[in-house]
Design a protein around this ligand. Structure first.
Ligand code: F0G
Length: 483
């Protein structure tokens, strides 16, 4: 079958293409394995048994003809080895070719350059949506900073301090705060809001500790969809609230915590036919997989030994874990990294469950300065538990003091992040000290949100002195005390 680069057959309408592409896709319950069609009359977020759903999709292996591989291409490939399995060669070439497209936008027309998006570049592994339906800023293409003791490079002592703090030789920090709305949430929202558009949603909604709401508000504004966000009345960082309001969302402050807001938004979305865009939405999670594909590509498909990331509602652990499992299965990478999910010790239900070998599911009343991960009953618990089991992963907890100490190291290195993101470095340091992650293992850590999201917590305060006289003598005198 001849397809164009977006997976559409020539002459096909978006609607037909959408129905056809989704016919081969199903939603599987992670609790009881019941299966549902990808699209039903009403959006489905849970199984009849109450379990969360996961997208199951057959991948169409890119054939050499479609990609016009040069004659004798396979002969040029290195022999099968741990770093570059032959089975994934066609996939790697497809994604590498797309990543080298020049950043030129077409004049006129509404065609999006999907290859420029750090999500849609991997579209065969994300979701088969027609190009004209896709809502993209574009997102992704975030930096991967080498900051380990050994891999930092000369003359970058500021960055090397991060590796020294963790006690690790080869560390890369992937800064998802460099997404358009300042957090990794944009990767899921480009998919989620595209799905809202494709299914003709009349409005979108989410519960949020702040980043999901900022991202959803931004993408909803792009297509003019009404957007409702349910926020815990306290504890949403000012930068995130400002974004959400500025992008035009209606905020509903709940006199309760994130878990209360989550329960209410799910119920109201089902009752009023509003499209729900928390990570309970199985399609949103597919977009967040792209964090995994992108850092693997930035590492030339040489998988690290470990991936370390903060864990709250557990959407990211589930999504990146799924991406790594798929990348390994398709032969994009030669070995499966282990995953370390890091929780704040005051918001640690996943850690507690892990410590019981997942024999029981813990729920807690959450308390932490890292408000983004102040969650006591994570929605994606089962998905994330499977990821930890399948990747031989670990779950660690860190105190607020450890989070703030790590944040100050990342901030002082000139990279910066919001408090929840710093759980990554705090957890890595702890796992290295405990000998679980070895000093010479290769590690990727995810920073999930931008420094400016929370401009108060853990930020040094400006001294409250009287302003300096506007005279050169006063300035000289002051600077002499520093130099
Ligand atoms: N880091 C940041 C900056 C976050 O905003 C979140 C979640 C996480 C980590 C945790 O990721 O939930 O996938 O385990 N923020 C959500 C929100 C809950 O509403 O913005 P997770």
């Amino acid at each position: 079958m001849v397809m164009n680069s977006t997976g559409l057959q020539p002459g096909q309408s978006d609607k037909e293409a959408f129905s056809q592409a989704f016919a081969s896709l199903s939603l599987r319950c992670v609790e009881c394995a019941a299966s549902y069609p990808g699209i039903e009359a009403e959006p489905r977020y849970r199984c009849e048994c109450g379990g969360v759903l996961d997208v199951e999709m057959p991948f169409q292996h890119p054939s050499p003809e479609e990609m016009s591989l040069p004659e004798g291409y396979n002969a040029l490939e290195p022999a099968e080895n741990d770093l570059m399995p032959l089975a994934g060669a066609a996939w790697r070439q497809l994604f590498d070719e797309r990543a080298t497209q020049p950043p030129i936008w077409p004049m006129g027309g509404d065609s999006l350059l999907l290859d420029r998006s750090g999500v849609w570049r991997y579209r065969e592994l994300i979701l088969p949506l027609p190009a004209s339906i896709i809502v993209s800023r574009p997102e992704g293409n975030t930096g991967l900073y080498p900051v380990g003791i050994e891999n930092c490079g000369d003359g970058r002592d500021g960055h090397r301090r991060i590796g020294q703090f963790a006690g690790i030789e080869r560390l890369f920090l992937k800064h998802e705060g460099e997404n358009p709305s300042g957090s990794f949430k944009d990767r899921g929202m480009t998919v989620g809001v595209s799905m809202a558009k494709a299914t003709g949603a009349r409005a979108v909604a989410c519960a949020s500790t702040g980043n999901t709401s900022a991202s959803l508000a931004s993408y909803a504004a792009q297509v003019g969809l009404p957007c409702f966000v349910f926020l815990p009345a306290t504890n949403v960082a000012a930068g995130k609230l400002a974004q959400t309001l500025a992008y035009g969302a209606t905020t509903i402050q709940i006199d309760g915590d994130f878990d209360d807001a989550m329960r209410l938004v799910e119920q109201v979305c089902n009752e009023l036919g509003i499209y729900l865009l928390n990570s309970l939405n199985p399609y949103r999670v597919e977009g967040q997989k792209a964090i995994g594909f992108e850092f693997l590509q930035q590492l030339d498909w040489q998988a690290p030994d470990w991936l370390v990331l903060p864990a709250g509602n557990l959407g990211n652990t589930s999504a990146i874990g799924k991406a790594l499992l798929q990348a390994h299965h398709l032969g994009l990478i030669g070995h499966l990294p282990r995953i370390a999910s890091i929780q704040a010790s005051g918001a640690n239900p996943f850690y507690q469950s892990y410590m019981s070998s997942f024999t029981s599911r813990a729920r807690v009343q959450a308390h932490t300065v890292a408000t983004a991960i102040k969650i006591g009953d994570p929605v994606s618990y089962t998905r994330a538990r499977r990821v930890i089991e399948q990747t031989n992963g670990v779950v660690e907890q860190v105190s607020d003091e450890e989070i703030l100490a790590a944040k100050s190291v990342i901030d002082r290195a000139g990279i910066g992040c919001e408090p929840a993101s710093a759980a990554t470095l705090a957890g890595l340091r702890k796992l290295v000290a405990r000998g679980i992650i070895k000093r010479d293992e290769r590690v990727v850590g995810i920073l999930t949100g931008h420094l400016l999201k929370d401009s108060v917590t853990g930020i040094p305060q400006q001294p409250q002195n009287a302003p300096l006289a506007a005279s050169i003598d006063a300035v000289r005198q002051l600077l002499h005390t520093f130099l």
